[in-house]
Design a protein around this ligand. Structure first.
Ligand SMILES: Cc1cc2nc3c(=O)[nH]c(=O)nc-3n(C[C@H](O)[C@H](O)[C@H](O)COP(=O)(O)OP(=O)(O)OC[C@H]3O[C@@H](n4cnc5c(N)ncnc54)[C@H](O)[C@@H]3O)c2cc1C
Length: 683
């Protein structure tokens, strides 16, 4: 018993060495008792994370009990002790860690969910990572205790075996320093690479299986085939060609895609016309307005034309592309091959499944542009950016507009205070808003059309001449071979890509609306660069997208623009933030222009001037937001914006004044107090 107590209090190399014979006789006399006591002591030492205790006990185990019993005892005792320490850390520190370091905790959670087992295995195998720190750190993550126990057990086996074997020659070891040699550490570190190698080979195997059904051509017609000549496809083809790779760009319709023909360009041209009519009170000639849109498009068309892209080195092919294999694309009768494919097939309006839709006249953002008569009563379903922009434009052109939205407000992706400004404006202009309203059925009766809906428990009947469906957009992923070769999709139906814009087939990339998450022209162009460059050079060096400075604008009056994260997103991600607001009603230029609605709202990290996001609702918001886009991209803070010279009198000064409000809210009151006293004394 005396020896046992001594063991615990004097877990010391020289002490144990000098008592080795006594301990060996004890084990011979009472093997089961000794084993149990040894096991318990080992669990205690590892659970309490006593420095150096575990290695010494392992050596001792080998020296006293021999390889098999010591190996068994150490393997299970060390994993049990580690799991107890892991539990203690989780119980004591996890909540605190998640509260103090929300962003880091979130990243750690995602990483552990994805690669936790590999990390733990590596940490266990490489002896330079202290045992107890691994227990504590893993306790802070979301890893399951049972997984932690077994991975720790497996990961520690090689190290334990080496230590137990070394313990058998314990009597010959002169000092603790001789136990762990540099050679041993290098050897174990190499063993530590095993999980990473395992991961590498598993991935290789996954890819081999994925490509097994397809024959890879010996030579390719092109380096890259791009499918779809919209914003994403055009940019990726252009970058590929400018890097001197041979590229084919396949388009089934006209080059230019949604943005030019049915999206940004016609919608902004219509908004422009409606704004002019609203400001001047001119008579509306709708067919002229629609014709003007076509003229505008024809002026932009040359930028995206076949001629231009051909002159830039892109092989422009007309037709529907069908993917036959990860390397082969069929266009009509012709089959072409490429080492890489880039899918940029965009999205299309999603039709809601409302009974009776087929009985009423409806348009979508795709068919709206062929209207020749202004609808007298226009019903718009969906108050997202497209629905809102079109609601105000048609209202200003003279339609009576009914805007129906199932949610609590218009522009649901924006913060409530931001969309609230536009909502107020819409109501003041006379747009009929139906919020919290669920469309139930369309009814046609004697050339009249109605929507039966339910709004806050009440039945509503809206009569209209035409309905515009603005209820979201679905990615164009079906019907041209993607599903046949086994491409993976996201739950929302978009193409699944990693942050290098690569699909589950390493040679197939995607960009734009077909993959998301942002269905915007400039984001399609941004992603296109990564798709093009990573497809050509990814095996040497790849680049990852960074959406930190993403921005978008809605071209209502007043405009809405957001950069980075808004309050809704920050709250979802549980990030602590501060809000700074500067209203346009206090800005000289806005007063002069009589455009005082709205504000600049900046979200900063709590206790710092680091900008997390900004939302602007007001005049020229889509231009003003650029200063925050740059600040986000280059990690500039409110102090940088405040110290930048902004010309007077401009709307841009609103950004500087918002930074000024932030500075005022963070003035060092104590210093100012001292200064006041100092200057009083100086007077
Ligand atoms: C009304 C409206 C207003 C908008 N306003 C804005 C705005 O103000 N700002 C903004 O940033 N974004 C706006 N957008 C969104 C923007 O238009 C899209 O994000 C952008 O066009 C997406 O580009 P893309 O290259 O991904 O797809 P697209 O431009 O749709 O191009 C895809 C192309 O692929 C072709 N294609 C598809 N399948 C095949 C096939 N199998 N073979 C060959 N060709 C194929 C299609 O014909 C199409 O030309 C608006 C959209 C709409 C509808």
């Amino acid at each position: 018993m005396a020896v046992r107590l001594d063991l615990f209090s004097r877990l010391d190399f020289y002490y144990l060495k000098s008592h080795l014979n006594e301990l060996q006789s004890l084990y011979e006399e009472f093997p089961v008792k000794f084993f149990s006591l040894y096991f318990g002591l080992y669990v205690l030492v590892t659970a309490l994370s006593l420095p150096g205790g575990a290695s010494l006990l392992t050596l001792l185990g080998g020296a006293v009990m021999g390889f098999a019993p010591a190996f068994l005892a150490v393997a299970f005792a060390s994993s049990t002790g580690a799991t107890l320490a892991f539990w203690a850390s989780r119980f004591l520190f996890k909540d605190l860690f998640e509260k103090k370091f929300k962003a880091q905790a979130k990243t750690a959670k995602q990483e552990v969910e994805k690669n936790g087992i590999y990390y733990l295995l590596t940490l266990r195998l490489v002896p330079i990572f202290p045992f107890f720190i691994v227990n504590i750190l893993m306790g802070l993550t979301s890893m399951k205790a049972l997984v932690f126990f077994f991975v720790s057990l497996i990961g520690m086996l090689p190290g334990i075996a080496i230590f137990v074997l070394t313990g058998r020659s314990f009597s010959e070891i002169e000092s603790p320093r001789d136990i762990v040699s540099l050679k041993l550490i290098i050897l174990l570190s190499l063993v530590g690479l095993l999980p990473l190698l395992m991961k590498f080979f598993l991935e290789k195997n996954r890819i081999r299986k994925l490509y097994r059904p397809f024959k890879k051509p010996k030579r390719f017609d092109y380096n890259t085939i791009v499918i779809g000549a919209g914003a994403g496809g055009l940019v990726s083809a252009l970058i590929t060609a400018s890097l001197k790779a041979k590229v084919a760009l396949v388009e089934k319709n006209k080059m230019g895609g949604d943005c030019l023909y049915t999206g940004c360009v016609p919608s902004k041209a219509l908004i422009n016309a409606s704004k002019y009519i609203h400001l001047t009170g001119s008579a509306v000639d709708f067919s002229k307005v629609m014709n003007d849109i076509k003229v505008t498009q024809s002026h932009i068309e040359p930028h995206d034309s076949r001629e231009r892209y051909t002159s830039l080195g892109v092989d422009c092919l007309k037709g529907v592309a069908k993917i036959l294999s990860p390397f082969e694309v069929q266009i009509d009768e012709k089959i072409i091959t490429a080492r890489h494919l880039i899918i940029a097939t965009g999205a299309q309006p999603r039709l809601p499944s409302i009974p009776g839709l087929d009985k009423v006249p409806y348009v979508t953002s795709e068919t709206l542009w062929s209207l020749s008569d202004l609808p007298k009563k226009l019903l718009i379903l969906g108050a997202g950016p497209i629905g809102c922009e079109m609601a105000q434009a048609f209202h200003r052109l003279g339609s009576t507009v009914f805007l129906v939205e199932g949610g609590k407000g218009i522009l649901p992706k924006e913060d409530d205070d931001v969309s609230g400004v536009v909502e107020k404006k819409f109501r003041s202009e006379g747009i009929h808003l139906f919020l919290y309203t669920e469309a139930k059925e369309f009814v046609a009766h004697e050339q009249k059309y109605f929507l039966k809906a339910e709004s806050l428990g009440k039945d509503v009947l809206i009569d209209f001449d035409l309905v515009l469906l603005a209820t979201g957009r679905s990615a164009n992923v079906y019907g041209f071979g993607l599903e046949d070769i086994g491409i993976e999709f996201n739950a929302n139906g978009t193409l699944k890509t990693n942050n290098r814009m690569q699909t589950n087939f390493p040679n197939i990339f995607a960009c734009g609306d077909v993959t998301g998450p942002y269905q915007l022209t400039h984001m399609a162009g941004y992603q296109a660069w990564f798709a093009a460059v990573n497809s050509l050079f990814g095996s040497i060096k790849s680049f990852s997208t960074d959406y930190k400075s993403v921005s978008w604008s809605t071209f209502t009056d007043p405009e809405v623009a957001t950069a980075g994260l808004n309050e809704t997103q920050l709250a979802k991600e549980a990030i602590d933030y501060e809000v700074t607001v500067f209203p346009f009603s206090e800005l000289d230029r806005a007063i002069v222009d009589k455009k005082t609605e709205g504000f600049v709202k900046v979200l900063t990290k709590k206790g710092s001037d680091k900008i997390l996001g900004a939302s602007i609702v007001g005049p020229e918001a889509s231009l003003l937001i650029l200063e925050f886009v740059t600040a986000l991209k280059y990690n500039k803070g409110m102090k940088d914006i405040l110290s930048t010279i902004h010309p007077y009198p401009t709307l841009g000064e609103a950004n500087k004044y918002a930074a000024g409000v932030w500075q005022k809210n963070h003035a060092p009151l104590f210093v100012l107090d001292v200064l006041e006293k100092f200057f009083r004394w100086r007077r």
